[in-house]
Design a protein around this ligand. Structure first.
Ligand SMILES: Nc1ncnc2c1ncn2[C@@H]1O[C@H](COP(=O)(O)OP(=O)(O)O)[C@@H](O)[C@H]1O
Ligand SMILES: N[C@@H](CCOP(=O)(O)O)C(=O)O
Length: 315
């Protein structure tokens, strides 16, 4: 295996995992992007330039997540390692539950696909497998790779993912707090076991959510109820859970996005104009006291990661 290009540009979407009951399985790609250029250079080592989210905070060394992912993918296919120069324009906030780490990993893996001479060696299946090795769960990586809504699952011999139908009226709104919380910390507060009744409740709601997302958005409020993670996480993100409670009481299908602390409202586009059916409830819930939070209406990204501006050619 050889390198077939010395420069590649990658665009990768933010993702919201779980969507309520789909813990570690369901995810949705959102139209908020990191843009990364990776150059393979003759001089050894790495040079990293970051603009936007994470500037001055993420490592500028071999520890940088995109660099690690590029190297992992090159090693996986037996391609030669080289010096790397990264230019990152980051828009996905870090440590907020919008899949920034999965985006960085998928971007690095996709960049390696663009750099190698035989890109089919890094199929979407291989990307998902490698991304899941790094992330530990596939729910962000699958929609970051495939776009749209996905369900992903672990098998004894790999990772599976399937696209889900998304109703055209769905209009997600991310409500992003100024505070960070690492996914690792938010997983650390989860219990090792849950009551059987909660597991049964969750299975029913996760199944219902697939139908609600695709064909019955009127069922989204019921379909997004969760008993596996959000309540356990309340003590590390009380303001987010208070907002989820207030929005749900107003009839909005609000959930913690990924491991939080962002809140995602699975709203519906209004037929007769701009905005969503959640806008009034979001404004009312803020009540002027949630300073520093950003309300981001984000379309569903339908393409997933793209290399050099093209649709993904591999599949
Ligand atoms: N574009 C990026 N470049 C380098 N590192 C990143 C990038 N995005 C995320 N990371 C790393 O991942 C961490 C956030 O990951 P995580 O705690 O899983 O939160 P989330 O994925 O919800 O934003 C950041 O603090 C940073 O170390
Ligand atoms: N299923 C994971 C999802 C983490 O998503 P992130 O965007 O917060 O990294 C979890 O809930 O821990």
């Amino acid at each position: 295996m050889r390198l077939g290009a010395d420069r590649v540009r990658v665009r990768v979407p933010a993702t919201s995992a779980n969507l309520g009951p789909g813990f570690d399985a369901l995810g949705l790609a959102l139209a908020l992007y990191d843009d990364i250029e990776v150059r393979a250079v003759a001089s050894p080592g790495v040079r990293v330039e970051v603009e936007g989210e994470g500037a001055g905070q993420v490592p500028d060394s071999e520890e940088h997540l995109v660099v690690r992912a590029v190297r992992l993918a090159l090693d996986h296919v037996g391609a030669p390692q080289s010096g790397l120069h990264l230019v990152c324009r980051n828009r996905i906030p870090h440590g907020r539950g919008l899949g920034s780490s999965a985006a960085a990993v998928v971007a690095g893996l996709a960049a390696a696909r663009g750099l190698i001479g035989e890109p089919e060696a890094l199929s979407d299946d291989v990307l998902l497998e490698l991304a899941t090795q790094v992330e530990g769960h596939p729910d962000n990586a699958a929609p970051a790779i495939l776009g749209g809504a996905t369900v992903a699952w672990l098998r004894a011999d790999g990772v599976g993912a399937a696209p889900l139908v998304v109703h055209e009226d769905l209009a997600p709104v991310a409500i992003v707090p100024p505070t960070h919380l690492s996914t690792k910390a938010a997983r650390g507060v989860l219990p090792a076991t849950v009551p059987h009744a909660d597991a049964a409740f969750q299975a029913g709601r996760a199944a219902l959510l697939v139908e609600a997302l695709g064909r019955r958005p009127d069922l989204l409020l019921d379909a997004t109820a969760d008993r596996l993670h959000q309540e356990y996480r309340r003590r590390v993100m009380p303001h987010s859970l208070a907002l989820v409670d207030a929005l749900r009481a107003a009839g909005v299908a609000a959930v913690v996005s990924g491991a939080g602390p962002t809140v995602l409202a699975l709203a519906r586009r209004l037929v007769d104009g701009a905005g969503t059916d959640a806008d009034a409830a979001i404004t009312a819930a803020f009540g002027g006291v949630m300073a520093g939070w950003q309300v981001l209406p984000l379309a569903v990204d339908t393409q997933g990661v793209r290399v050099n501006g093209a649709d993904r050619p591999i599949g």
